[in-house]
Design a protein around this ligand. Structure first.
Ligand SMILES: [Zn+2]
Length: 204
Protein backbone atom coordinates (compact mmCIF):
# COMPACT_ATOMS: atom_id res chain seq x y z
CA UNK A 1 0.00 0.00 0.00
CA UNK A 2 1.54 3.34 -1.00
CA UNK A 3 1.97 6.12 1.48
CA UNK A 4 -0.58 8.86 0.94
CA UNK A 5 -1.14 12.44 1.96
CA UNK A 6 -3.15 12.83 5.16
CA UNK A 7 -6.81 13.75 5.20
CA UNK A 8 -7.77 17.30 4.34
CA UNK A 9 -10.20 17.23 7.26
CA UNK A 10 -9.42 17.95 10.88
CA UNK A 11 -10.53 15.40 13.46
CA UNK A 12 -13.47 17.59 14.45
CA UNK A 13 -14.50 18.11 10.81
CA UNK A 14 -14.27 14.38 10.25
CA UNK A 15 -16.46 13.74 13.28
CA UNK A 16 -19.00 16.30 12.04
CA UNK A 17 -19.06 14.58 8.64
CA UNK A 18 -19.87 11.24 10.27
CA UNK A 19 -22.63 12.80 12.34
CA UNK A 20 -24.15 14.58 9.32
CA UNK A 21 -23.85 11.45 7.19
CA UNK A 22 -25.66 9.39 9.80
CA UNK A 23 -28.38 12.07 9.95
CA UNK A 24 -28.85 11.80 6.16
CA UNK A 25 -28.89 8.01 6.42
CA UNK A 26 -31.55 8.11 9.13
CA UNK A 27 -33.60 10.65 7.17
CA UNK A 28 -33.50 8.50 4.03
CA UNK A 29 -31.43 11.13 2.21
CA UNK A 30 -28.23 9.12 1.57
CA UNK A 31 -26.04 10.57 -1.16
CA UNK A 32 -24.20 7.52 -2.41
CA UNK A 33 -26.48 5.13 -4.27
CA UNK A 34 -24.01 4.70 -7.16
CA UNK A 35 -20.44 5.56 -8.00
CA UNK A 36 -19.23 7.46 -11.06
CA UNK A 37 -16.40 6.07 -13.19
CA UNK A 38 -14.51 9.36 -12.85
CA UNK A 39 -14.61 9.01 -9.09
CA UNK A 40 -13.20 5.50 -9.32
CA UNK A 41 -10.40 6.70 -11.60
CA UNK A 42 -9.51 9.44 -9.14
CA UNK A 43 -9.58 7.03 -6.19
CA UNK A 44 -7.37 4.57 -8.03
CA UNK A 45 -4.54 7.09 -7.64
CA UNK A 46 -4.60 6.84 -3.86
CA UNK A 47 -6.70 7.01 -0.73
CA UNK A 48 -7.15 9.85 1.69
CA UNK A 49 -9.76 8.65 4.19
CA UNK A 50 -10.74 11.08 6.93
CA UNK A 51 -11.74 8.50 9.52
CA UNK A 52 -10.74 5.04 10.68
CA UNK A 53 -13.62 2.95 11.97
CA UNK A 54 -13.19 -0.17 14.10
CA UNK A 55 -16.61 -1.79 13.89
CA UNK A 56 -18.32 -5.13 14.27
CA UNK A 57 -18.64 -7.67 11.45
CA UNK A 58 -22.41 -7.72 11.98
CA UNK A 59 -24.05 -7.43 8.55
CA UNK A 60 -26.49 -4.86 9.85
CA UNK A 61 -23.80 -2.29 10.65
CA UNK A 62 -21.92 -1.37 7.45
CA UNK A 63 -20.03 1.82 8.39
CA UNK A 64 -20.03 3.36 4.90
CA UNK A 65 -23.81 3.11 4.68
CA UNK A 66 -24.43 4.07 8.30
CA UNK A 67 -22.40 7.26 7.85
CA UNK A 68 -23.49 7.82 4.24
CA UNK A 69 -19.82 7.90 3.26
CA UNK A 70 -18.47 7.21 -0.21
CA UNK A 71 -15.57 5.15 -1.50
CA UNK A 72 -12.26 6.40 -0.20
CA UNK A 73 -13.72 8.22 2.81
CA UNK A 74 -13.52 5.64 5.59
CA UNK A 75 -10.76 3.21 6.49
CA UNK A 76 -12.73 0.35 8.01
CA UNK A 77 -11.75 -2.57 10.21
CA UNK A 78 -14.51 -5.02 11.09
CA UNK A 79 -14.21 -7.83 13.58
CA UNK A 80 -16.87 -9.51 15.69
CA UNK A 81 -17.35 -7.45 18.85
CA UNK A 82 -15.07 -4.63 17.62
CA UNK A 83 -12.23 -6.01 19.73
CA UNK A 84 -8.50 -5.47 19.47
CA UNK A 85 -5.91 -8.06 18.49
CA UNK A 86 -2.48 -8.08 16.83
CA UNK A 87 -3.79 -7.71 13.27
CA UNK A 88 -6.28 -5.06 14.30
CA UNK A 89 -3.61 -3.06 16.10
CA UNK A 90 -1.37 -3.35 13.05
CA UNK A 91 -4.15 -2.05 10.82
CA UNK A 92 -4.82 0.83 13.22
CA UNK A 93 -1.14 1.67 13.29
CA UNK A 94 -1.09 1.73 9.50
CA UNK A 95 -4.05 4.11 9.52
CA UNK A 96 -2.30 6.39 11.99
CA UNK A 97 1.22 6.29 10.62
CA UNK A 98 0.59 6.20 6.87
CA UNK A 99 -2.96 7.31 6.13
CA UNK A 100 -2.89 9.83 8.97
CA UNK A 101 -6.65 9.78 9.45
CA UNK A 102 -7.45 12.48 12.02
CA UNK A 103 -10.36 10.56 13.54
CA UNK A 104 -10.60 7.07 15.04
CA UNK A 105 -13.98 5.62 15.98
CA UNK A 106 -14.70 2.40 17.85
CA UNK A 107 -18.23 1.57 16.70
CA UNK A 108 -20.24 -0.93 18.70
CA UNK A 109 -23.90 -1.68 18.17
CA UNK A 110 -26.97 -2.63 20.15
CA UNK A 111 -27.80 -6.34 20.13
CA UNK A 112 -24.20 -7.34 19.37
CA UNK A 113 -23.99 -11.14 19.19
CA UNK A 114 -20.37 -11.18 20.34
CA UNK A 115 -21.23 -9.18 23.46
CA UNK A 116 -24.24 -11.43 24.09
CA UNK A 117 -22.00 -14.49 23.82
CA UNK A 118 -19.52 -12.96 26.26
CA UNK A 119 -22.36 -12.18 28.67
CA UNK A 120 -23.64 -15.75 28.51
CA UNK A 121 -20.12 -17.03 29.11
CA UNK A 122 -19.55 -14.73 32.06
CA UNK A 123 -22.88 -14.94 33.85
CA UNK A 124 -24.20 -18.34 32.80
CA UNK A 125 -20.99 -20.25 32.25
CA UNK A 126 -21.90 -20.91 28.63
CA UNK A 127 -19.18 -22.54 26.54
CA UNK A 128 -18.42 -21.62 22.95
CA UNK A 129 -16.23 -23.05 20.20
CA UNK A 130 -12.53 -22.66 20.92
CA UNK A 131 -11.70 -19.82 18.58
CA UNK A 132 -14.83 -17.95 19.55
CA UNK A 133 -13.77 -18.27 23.19
CA UNK A 134 -10.45 -16.67 22.28
CA UNK A 135 -12.38 -13.82 20.70
CA UNK A 136 -14.64 -13.48 23.75
CA UNK A 137 -11.64 -13.22 26.07
CA UNK A 138 -11.21 -9.73 24.63
CA UNK A 139 -14.72 -8.77 25.68
CA UNK A 140 -14.95 -10.41 29.12
CA UNK A 141 -12.87 -7.80 31.00
CA UNK A 142 -15.21 -5.12 29.68
CA UNK A 143 -18.10 -6.79 31.50
CA UNK A 144 -16.51 -6.57 34.94
CA UNK A 145 -18.70 -4.53 37.23
CA UNK A 146 -21.89 -5.12 35.25
CA UNK A 147 -24.84 -6.20 37.34
CA UNK A 148 -26.44 -9.28 35.79
CA UNK A 149 -29.51 -8.75 37.96
CA UNK A 150 -31.35 -6.83 35.23
CA UNK A 151 -33.29 -7.65 32.06
CA UNK A 152 -31.11 -9.22 29.38
CA UNK A 153 -31.77 -6.42 26.88
CA UNK A 154 -30.56 -3.81 29.34
CA UNK A 155 -27.56 -5.94 30.28
CA UNK A 156 -26.57 -6.38 26.64
CA UNK A 157 -26.98 -2.67 26.00
CA UNK A 158 -24.73 -1.81 28.94
CA UNK A 159 -22.30 -4.52 27.84
CA UNK A 160 -22.10 -3.08 24.34
CA UNK A 161 -21.20 0.36 25.64
CA UNK A 162 -18.80 -1.07 28.20
CA UNK A 163 -17.11 -3.07 25.45
CA UNK A 164 -16.61 0.03 23.31
CA UNK A 165 -15.19 1.91 26.28
CA UNK A 166 -12.94 -1.05 27.10
CA UNK A 167 -11.54 -1.12 23.56
CA UNK A 168 -10.89 2.63 23.76
CA UNK A 169 -9.16 2.23 27.13
CA UNK A 170 -6.99 -0.56 25.79
CA UNK A 171 -6.04 1.59 22.82
CA UNK A 172 -5.18 4.49 25.12
CA UNK A 173 -2.81 2.17 26.97
CA UNK A 174 -0.78 1.27 23.88
CA UNK A 175 2.64 2.95 23.71
CA UNK A 176 1.85 4.28 20.23
CA UNK A 177 -1.29 6.09 21.36
CA UNK A 178 0.34 7.31 24.57
CA UNK A 179 3.17 8.76 22.52
CA UNK A 180 1.10 10.31 19.75
CA UNK A 181 -2.39 11.20 20.95
CA UNK A 182 -1.83 13.70 23.78
CA UNK A 183 -1.41 17.20 22.40
CA UNK A 184 -2.29 16.11 18.89
CA UNK A 185 -5.37 17.08 16.90
CA UNK A 186 -6.39 13.43 16.62
CA UNK A 187 -9.73 12.38 18.08
CA UNK A 188 -10.37 8.86 19.37
CA UNK A 189 -14.03 8.34 20.18
CA UNK A 190 -16.46 5.53 20.94
CA UNK A 191 -19.94 5.20 19.46
CA UNK A 192 -22.90 2.84 19.57
CA UNK A 193 -25.19 2.17 16.61
CA UNK A 194 -28.87 1.47 17.24
CA UNK A 195 -30.18 -1.26 14.95
CA UNK A 196 -33.78 -0.07 15.01
CA UNK A 197 -33.46 3.68 14.55
CA UNK A 198 -30.20 3.68 12.55
CA UNK A 199 -28.86 6.35 14.90
CA UNK A 200 -25.23 6.46 15.98
CA UNK A 201 -24.74 7.68 19.54
CA UNK A 202 -21.27 9.08 20.12
CA UNK A 203 -20.00 8.47 23.65
CA UNK A 204 -18.59 11.21 25.83
ZN1 LIG B 1 -21.71 -7.20 16.83
Amino acid sequence: MPTTVPSAYSAQEALDRLKEGNERFVAGLARFPTLQKEVLAELAKGQQPYATILGCSDSRVPPELVFDAGFGELFVIRVAGNVLGPSILGTLQYAAAHLKTPLFVVLGHEGCGAVKAAISAKFEGARHKSRIEVLLENILPALDGLDDNQPLDALVSKGVEANVRHTIRELMETPEVKANLPGSNIILVGAVYDLESGLVRFLE
